[in-house]
Write a protein that binds this ligand. Structure first.
Ligand code: ZN
Length: 149
């Protein structure tokens, strides 16, 4: 998505949990604890994937996108389908997205990643909080100039 920024990837944490599970230091009851709300969100707003659940290996994982931010008002904390996100990103300045993977078979769930979306990402110089992507854009410009020599 065009305005996606400040991505935090939680795959390392996920691998750590799976290692703990394999080693028997945590039980499946501890990690397969998806709430009824999360499972409903997965059923109605979830994004199906072709990735197998790492625990039961019989169901495919579903991704749930939760949105947070002051501009969302009463919608904050709700799940949205992936197709709704670009529309919101063009209407709102900034909101946070949390992506959670869920298995509807065994209730495994884990935070996959979080990121920011919204129109503020289009300019990159709105309020100085987006210095990283500005630096990245400048870096890309520098590389383009280098390539032209
Ligand atoms: Zn499962």
């Amino acid at each position: 998505m065009r305005t996606q920024r400040q991505v935090v990837d939680y795959s390392l944490q996920k691998r750590a949990v799976l290692r703990e599970l394999l080693a028997g230091r945590v039980g499946t009851y501890d990690v397969c604890d998806a709430s009824p709300y999360l499972k409903n969100a997965a059923r109605f707003h979830g994004e199906p994937t072709d990735r197998r659940c790492p625990i039961c290996r019989s169901e495919n994982l579903t991704l749930v996108h939760y949105i947070y931010g002051d501009e969302l008002r009463q919608s904050a904390g709700q799940a949205r389908t992936l197709t709704e996100l670009p529309v919101l990103a063009m209407t709102l300045r900034e909101f946070q997205v949390f992506v959670v993977e869920v298995c509807l078979g065994c209730d495994w769930n884990h935070l996959v990643e979080q990121y920011l979306l919204g129109r503020d990402g289009l300019t990159g110089d709105s309020d100085g909080t987006d210095e990283q992507s500005v630096a990245a854009a400048e870096g890309a410009g520098w590389r383009r100039r280098e390539a032209q020599r």
